[in-house]
Design a binder for this molecule. Structure first.
Ligand SMILES: [Zn+2]
Length: 266
């Protein structure tokens, strides 16, 4: 069995009913889905969906370039409000982090740091894992994490989602208590040797798999809509790279996801 630890619902890219997508996932061994919020509005929609299904869970959060019209204190209030009302379904904070890929129309790095600090603080205060989005933001993240390691007795934990970096930064995150999640990118023919090296070296207790659907379909479906059921392809790729069996990777990543997101194991 598998968990897709990172997908986006509802999404205008989907041409099928959510019911069907969720049913398809279950028929393909993907038992549970973690649906990721990207803005306050999107987090609300995400919660509406997950509240209808026993096997779906949500994270709430604001992507580095979303909700530019809201003040930080508004964002804080909205997150508090959503969390208070939906505690049993919210299993993490994010996706949030640093994205220096293209910020001309988004937040500049300083603004991103402030938004990320807010959510890091929120995660640690409520003892929720952080779903980390990182594009070229290693040095900012290290700086923020060094200040937020422990707060009121809670230790910051989380997952580096859709990891494509090198082993050095992965090792830093793992030592810090993070999990590393891989997506369909690892099935692309031009996947970097650094990333392959990282996949091989990670302790198996820290690996997660995800689709980031509807984005980033694996090679076999590249350019098409991605679905949570394809997380199986990601798990198969991890298994192949690590010279492990699919069953072993499925089993350990299923367990890891339950551990990190504090979901009842069944
Ligand atoms: Zn995402």
């Amino acid at each position: 069995m598998l968990i897709d630890t990172h997908c986006h619902f509802p999404h205008e890219k989907y041409d099928q009913e959510l019911d069907q997508i969720i049913k398809d996932s279950q028929n393909n061994d993907v038992k549970k889905l973690i649906v990721i919020g990207t803005s306050i509005e999107n987090s609300k929609k995400t919660l509406e969906v997950v509240n209808k299904y026993n096997n779906l869970f949500a994270t709430i959060g604001v992507y580095p370039h979303e909700d530019k019209n809201l003040s930080l204190s508004d964002i804080q209030k909205e997150l508090e409000n959503l969390y208070r009302k939906n505690k049993s379904k919210i299993v993490g904070i994010g996706e949030c982090g640093i994205d220096l890929g293209n910020w001309e129309d988004g937040r500049n790095p300083d603004e991103q740091v402030e938004l990320f600090k807010l959510q890091t603080g929120f995660a640690i205060e409520h003892d929720l894992p952080l779903v980390l989005h990182n594009r070229n933001g290693d040095k900012y993240i290290e700086e923020i994490f060094s200040k937020y390691a422990v707060f009121k007795g809670n230790k910051l934990r989380g997952v580096a989602h859709c990891y494509v970096g090198n082993w050095n930064f992965a090792k830093y995150l793992i030592d810090f208590g993070f999990y590393i999640s891989f997506s369909g990118i690892i099935t692309f023919p031009k996947v970097s040797s650094d990333l392959i090296d990282t996949i091989k070296k990670i302790p198996k207790e820290r690996i997660l798999v995800e689709t980031d659907s509807p984005y980033l379909a694996p090679q076999k479906y590249r350019g098409q809509i991605n679905y949570p059921k394809y997380v199986k392809i990601v798990a198969e790729a991890v298994a192949q790279i690590r010279n492990a069996s699919y069953d072993e990777i499925a089993q350990i990543t299923y367990k890891n996801a339950h551990n990190l997101f504090n979901i009842k194991y069944d």
